[in-house]
Design a protein around this ligand. Structure first.
Ligand SMILES: [Zn+2]
Ligand SMILES: [Zn+2]
Length: 375
């Protein structure tokens, strides 16, 4: 009995369909057919991010699928497209199976399960940018809303279809999420844009082709820079208040987990927003929040060329607060102005030093100190 993978199907989803087709529990099926010398139990593993060679060798020996077909169902296949680092744990671009800070367990779109001819679980439901289903215009959800338990695919009961809760048996396609609110179209457009770029392998930014893995690498930094909560200034982003309201709720109530997906949805839309109407939205973000070159690049092992170029274009050199300025440099600039018979003020001195006269905090500090001493 052999089954072919469905479009964008997760490895674990296919394995469970296979097990059920053989009238076996997934764990029994795995332990019986894919006995691995290194692991005794698969249930505690994130099979979809598993990269054990022996595991895939065994799988391809036992099934009619080629090794590349099998690997294609694994989230590892997104390496080089969605993420670049090789680690044991899923990188930021991929949601962990369970992450108590942001979600309860594996996420899914109930409507997709409901309308599938053969219900199955998608790879994209684990991508960080994929917070809502653009087709059904609803948020993904992270549990069974009948018993409130997280989704455990490998524990699913023996059935003809794999859309039932492993705990209470409720049909997950009919689960009532209580929060069915339809996200705004802009956010859905963002998800489609990320998805298309990932499928194509590149994004078009500033008339340039940007390799998708590099884009998603930068994505994480932009996420961090945008998630400034109440301090964020982004006047052209229409859902700014919605985002801030969610952040407020996070502080007041113990509702982090429940609303994390909404917050991520809005921050992701903001990342999309930065690249719309380019370069105006991006520039607006930099200027309104007084961001520096350093904040966009600090800590990167390497900076993609397109990103560096983009920043060079958008952030004037004087705005790069990363450069250290010493007191003697400022004193030197003052002396220089004096010797030239020019007016000594904060603006003129900054110009000689080569930094911004109000944004560069260290410069402002030194200048004020010297000025106080009546230099
Ligand atoms: Zn859907
Ligand atoms: Zn349930």
């Amino acid at each position: 009995m052999h089954l072919h993978p469905l479009e964008d199907e997760l490895l674990s989803s296919w394995l469970i369909r296979m097990a059920h087709a053989h009238y076996m529990y997934p764990t029994t099926f795995l332990n019986l057919h894919i006995k691995n010398t290194r692991t005794n139990s698969y249930t505690r593993r994130d099979i979809d991010f598993y990269d054990n060679k022996e595991f895939f060798d065994l799988l391809s020996k036992k099934s009619i699928l080629s090794k590349s077909e099998l690997l294609n169902m694994s989230l590892r296949s997104q390496e080089g497209y969605l993420f670049i680092n090789q680690s044991l744990y899923p990188p930021q671009q991929i949601r962990r199976l369970i992450d108590k800070r942001t979600h309860f367990g594996l996420m899914y779109c109930p409507k997709c399960l409901e309308t599938d001819e053969i219900p199955y679980w998608r790879k994209k439901w684990r991508y960080f940018f994929y917070t809502a289903c653009p087709k059904h215009k609803i948020f993904l959800t992270d549990r069974c809303w009948h018993c409130y338990k997280p989704i455990k695919l490998l524990k699913m009961e023996l059935t003809d279809k794999i859309n039932y809760c492993s705990n209470c048996g409720a049909d997950l396609g009919l689960t009532d999420t209580h929060q069915d609110n339809i996200p705004d179209d802009y956010g859905l457009e963002a998800i489609r844009w990320f998805e298309e770029g990932l499928e194509r392998g590149y994004f078009k930014i500033n008339r340039q082709k940007v390799w998708s893995a590099m884009f998603f690498h930068i994505f994480c930094r932009l996420y961090y820079l945008l998630d400034r909560k109440q301090d964020l200034v982004l006047p052209n982003f229409l859902k700014l208040n919605e985002y801030k309201d969610i952040c407020k709720k996070h502080e007041v109530y113990n509702s982090k987990k429940a609303s994390a997906v909404y917050k991520i949805f809005y921050v992701n839309s903001m990342i999309f927003h930065l690249f719309q109407n380019f370069p105006f939205n991006f520039l607006d973000f930099i200027e309104s929040n007084h961001l520096t070159y350093r904040e966009f690049t600090h800590g990167f092992k390497y900076i993609p060329f397109w990103y560096e170029n983009l920043l060079m274009e958008l952030i004037p050199k004087q705005n790069k607060i990363g450069r250290e300025i010493s007191e003697s440099e400022v004193v030197g600039a003052i002396n220089y102005l004096k010797s030239q018979g020019k007016i000594v003020n904060q603006l003129n001195v900054a110009e000689v030093v080569g930094c911004h006269f109000t944004i560069h905090k260290r410069f402002v500090g030194i200048y004020k100190k010297l000025n106080f001493r009546n230099y």
